[in-house]
Design a protein around this ligand. Structure first.
Ligand code: ADP
Length: 254
């Protein structure tokens, strides 16, 4: 087993001439919850999308469980992975977005069982049993047969979390999962995430929820303009930031 579940080394990403990530080094251990903070445009989403191969990196390396993401090393040379191999790697990572992206014409339950049946080739009965358990875990046992339009934003986001968990990922990525929600619905989604963290899930969470970061994160990473400015225990970074850029950001979000 690799030392770190996620290991990013000198990761760069450019869109055309615009260098969005300028050399990110970051490791995440198994069971660790890491919150990524930073101003809009600092590259947080791009970093998550690189881990999940929704973008390809420009330079550097990302390994998940010791395995290079997107590339294969053969005799010291890098080869781009085949699509099936990339799909296999992506299936090990769950991602929850700002927008819930549920299939509108499927019920909560049907949304959750879709990937396990089509990708994992699970039987409908097994997938359904698992989905019911997951919906119960996120507090939605009684909403299994509702369509997304019949659910609140907070409930939809919890279905999205259950759907990601149905693939039994070893890593969960959250990209501002509560920022599209009405304030009164934020708490229920954070509670579901807290439970997940308490059960030992490895999580990277892009968020502006400072209370969540303080209470749940093992480590907080502050990014600005494509670099990691400061990283450490939540109380260190959030209460005693060493860098002026971190202090300026924290003053603005509080
Ligand atoms: P954050 O999540 O910290 O707000 P992002 O990773 O979304 O930051 O964006 C970082 C920068 O990369 C922004 O300037 C954004 O406009 C740019 N960017 C993100 N995705 C693309 C893309 N597909 N094409 C061009 N520029 C992009």
């Amino acid at each position: 087993m690799a030392d770190h579940l996620v290991e990013a080394v000198n990761v760069t990403k450019a869109f055309g001439h615009h260098e969005v990530l300028k050399g990110i080094d970051l490791t995440v251990d198994r069971g660790e919850v890491v919150c990524l903070l930073g101003p809009s445009g600092s590259g947080k989403t791009t970093f998550l999308r690189l881990i999940n191969q929704m973008e390809t990196l420009t330079g550097g390396r990302i390994r998940v469980d010791g395995e290079l993401i997107g590339f294969k090393e053969v005799k010291g040379r890098l080869h781009v992975r085949r699509d099936a191999d990339i799909a296999r790697q992506r299936a090990r990572i769950g991602m929850v977005f700002q927008r819930f992206n549920l299939f509108p014409h499927k019920t909560a339950l049907q949304n959750v069982i879709e990937a396990p049946i089509t990708v994992r080739r699970k039987s409908r009965a097994a997938a359904t049993a698992q989905a019911r358990t997951l919906l119960e875990t996120v507090g939605l046992a009684d909403r299994a047969d509702y369509y997304p339009a019949q659910l609140s934003g907070g409930q939809q986001q919890r279905v999205a979390i259950a759907r990601a968990l149905a693939m039994e990922p070893e890593l969960m990525l959250f990209d501002e999962p509560t920022s599209a929600l009405d304030p009164e619905l934020v708490g229920e989604v954070l509670t579901a995430m807290r439970d997940l963290a308490a059960h030992g899930m490895t999580m990277i969470v892009v968020t502006h929820e400072m209370t969540f970061a303080r209470e749940v994160a093992d480590r907080v990473v502050f990014m600005d303009d494509g670099v990691v400015v400061e990283a450490g225990a939540p109380d260190e970074v959030l209460l005693h930031p060493q860098e002026e850029r971190t202090r300026t950001f924290l003053r603005r979000v509080r």
